[in-house]
Design a binder for this molecule. Structure first.
Ligand code: ZN
Length: 207
């Protein structure tokens, strides 16, 4: 048990995860039951509230949430019935641990998959206003969104993420799969996700 973590805190996060999931589902970025979102609910020890596995992301409620530790394994919290966390929770935890993010978004946006296919060495962007939306400069700042290979092994995927990680760039594409984006909190992670998806669509449109 994580003594200081309450069911109320977990379900507050679950409510935010449900709202954001419905938004991204509306954009077509979480087809079927794909994609998952998480919010850090404890930093030490690291605990994340993550969307539960196998559910339609457009229909989540505040209680459709699981709590995981640093490896993505479920952690018991009093008053929170254990649900199966998303299979990708382990990468969410690695992202949160490495970047210090408070919110992590994973979506299967088509633009991310197509851009990863077109530029497997990374998607290069510069001189476009929307780069400011991910904390970079609108002029003379070359941004590379890294592309890593896909894997069903979250430890392996996490190692590849760490190798590709640039602290200046709050997103990564997983080839033939989707993208991850993160921010200080879930709202910031949403802003980054939306801007990165726009930037990838832009790169494909002009490239
Ligand atoms: Zn996925």
């Amino acid at each position: 048990m994580t003594e200081s973590l309450t069911a109320g805190r977990v379900y507050e996060a679950g409510g935010r995860l449900a709202v954001e999931s419905a938004r991204f589902t509306g954009f077509g970025w979480m087809r079927g039951t794909s994609g998952n979102l998480s919010e850090v609910v404890s930093r030490d020890p690291l605990r994340l509230a993550v969307t539960a596995s196998g559910l339609d992301k457009g229909e989540l409620t505040a209680t459709d949430v699981a709590v995981v530790g640093p490896t993505g394994d479920p952690v018991a919290v009093e008053g929170v019935p254990p649900l199966v966390p998303s299979a990708e929770a382990g990468l969410h935890a690695r992202v949160a641990a490495l970047t210090g993010a408070g919110g992590v978004v994973h979506v299967h946006a088509l633009s991310a998959v197509v851009a990863g296919h077109r530029w497997p060495g990374g998607v290069r962007l510069r001189d476009v206003e929307t780069l400011k939306g991910i904390g970079r400069l609108a002029h003379d700042d070359e941004v590379v969104i890294p592309v890593i290979r896909n894997s069903q092994d979250m430890a392996e995927l996490g190692d590849w993420f760490e190798a590709a990680y640039d602290p200046r760039t709050p997103a990564v594409i997983v080839a033939s799969h989707g993208m991850y984006a993160w921010g200080a909190d879930l709202t910031r992670a949403r802003h980054v996700t939306e801007c990165v998806e726009w930037l990838l669509s832009y790169a494909l449109a002009i490239g």
